[in-house]
Design a protein around this ligand. Structure first.
Ligand SMILES: NC(=O)c1ccc[n+]([C@@H]2O[C@H](COP(=O)([O-])OP(=O)(O)OC[C@H]3O[C@@H](n4cnc5c(N)ncnc54)[C@H](O)[C@@H]3O)[C@@H](O)[C@H]2O)c1
Length: 369
């Protein structure tokens, strides 16, 4: 695997990189490698209170990064920032990321994810200097339930959204079929959450704008990212940190549906390596690439590993469900391995230990939940 470092940086990668949402989980994780790879690194972030409790510069953000506190949805932000920064590469991370929350706060999600993106692009036009490349972190949420294969005749179909009525009957899986890995080359997007819809809109807007101006668009569809640096105060994202906090407090972790929901949990280090690889590659990759561990685990397995780590009681199935959650998701990472170059390096057990140790260093047991 090619780890991002100054040694794999060609002269073409020097210059200025602007990272929207650069003070967040992924922004902080990529910051040391960006500082090593670019002459100037600027993070633009509004230090959203749902993620940043103190609304201060995060300790995890590399000291070599200049932080501008501003809102991406405000046209004035871009008119103030872009002429002075004139980025060669933009990494667009800033987003509202609550899948469940997006159903009740759809305007907020559309405003930041969709309008925030168009404001950035309009601002670049007004600034008179376009970047060479824009890297966008999209999401596996664009696939919704994804594609499934019939056990009867092998045909691939799109089952669509699981309705409230189906879920209320505890019918979790689509009968007589099994899911297919999420792959941009083979599976068409079909989001089932407002969040997923806004991420797909971001992709489409960026693709059409970039093609018109000859700017490279490098889209990465991330699976479930977890690990040290994850927000411990955001109640709407980050199931792994929530599970850790429950187990640390001595509680049994509740499992939604039947506990057999599959996810591709990918450690932040592996995601950071992919984002930096996409930013510094000589030439941008083609099409969207799927970034994950390449393997699925059930929610039950993840919860059991965490419970064992903390000596907490066994997880228990609640049968609850949440609209907008999909049944199974994991990535086909072969195209990303071939194109970036990059490969995932951490398995779930190693990743959970890293996350739990990091949480233990921050939270006393009595404050875990
Ligand atoms: N973490 C994951 O599991 C995951 C999975 C798939 C995709 N993604 C995508 O990766 C990107 C980064 O995710 P993350 O996990 O680092 O999230 P995060 O919430 O930790 O970081 C997002 C950052 O954006 C900032 N932000 C929010 N609204 C803003 C606004 N209006 N103006 C300026 N800044 C704003 C926040 O303050 C935060 O620092 C997002 O685009 C997200 O959709 C993340």
């Amino acid at each position: 695997m090619t780890q991002p470092s100054s040694t794999n940086t060609s002269p073409a990668n020097r210059g200025t990189v602007l990272v929207t949402g650069g003070a967040g989980f992924i922004g902080c994780a990529i910051s040391p490698a960006l500082v090593a790879s670019f002459d100037r690194v600027v993070a633009l972030d509004n230090l959203h209170p749902q993620i940043h409790s103190g609304q201060t510069r995060p300790a995890e953000l590399d000291p070599g990064v200049e932080l501008i506190v501003a809102d991406i949805t405000d046209a004035k932000t871009w008119d103030d920032v872009l002429p002075a920064v004139a980025p060669d590469v933009v990494i667009h991370l800033a987003a509202e990321t609550g899948t469940g929350q997006s159903l009740e706060e759809s305007t907020r999600h559309a405003m930041v994810n969709v309008v925030g993106t168009t404001q950035l692009l309009d601002g670049l036009n007004r600034s008179g200097k376009l970047p060479r490349r824009i890297v966008l972190t999209s999401s596996r949420a664009v696939y919704g339930e994804g594609a499934w294969k019939s056990d009867v005749d092998g045909h691939v179909f799109y089952p669509g959204q699981r309705s409230n009525e189906i879920l209320s009957r505890s019918q979790w899986d689509f009968p007589d079929a099994h899911p297919v890995a999420m792959s941009a080359a083979a599976v068409a997007p079909a989001p089932v959450s407002v969040y997923g819809s806004t991420k797909l809109a971001q992709e489409n807007i960026l693709e059409s704008w970039s093609k018109s101006y000859g700017v490279e668009a490098a889209v990465l569809r991330l699976q479930n990212v977890y690990g040290p640096g994850q927000s411990l105060i955001n109640p709407y994202t980050g199931i792994m940190s929530l599970f850790c906090r429950m187990a640390k407090a001595g509680k049994s972790i509740p499992l939604y549906e039947d506990g057999e929901v599959r996810r591709d949990f990918v450690l932040i280090d592996d995601v950071a390596a992919a984002v930096v690889a996409a930013a510094v590659a000589e030439k941008a990759h083609d099409g969207a690439l799927d970034i994950g561990s390449g393997e699925f685990q059930t929610i039950r397995t993840a919860a059991e590993i965490i419970s064992r780590y903390y000596g907490a009681p066994e997880p228990h199935v609640t049968g609850q469900f949440r609209q907008g959650d999909v049944r199974h998701a994991w990535a086909d990472v072969e195209p990303a391995k071939a194109q970036l170059p990059w490969e995932p390096r951490y398995d779930l057990e190693a990743g959970i230990s890293r996350l739990a140790e990091w949480i233990d260093g921050r939270l006393p047991a009595e404050a875990a939940l």
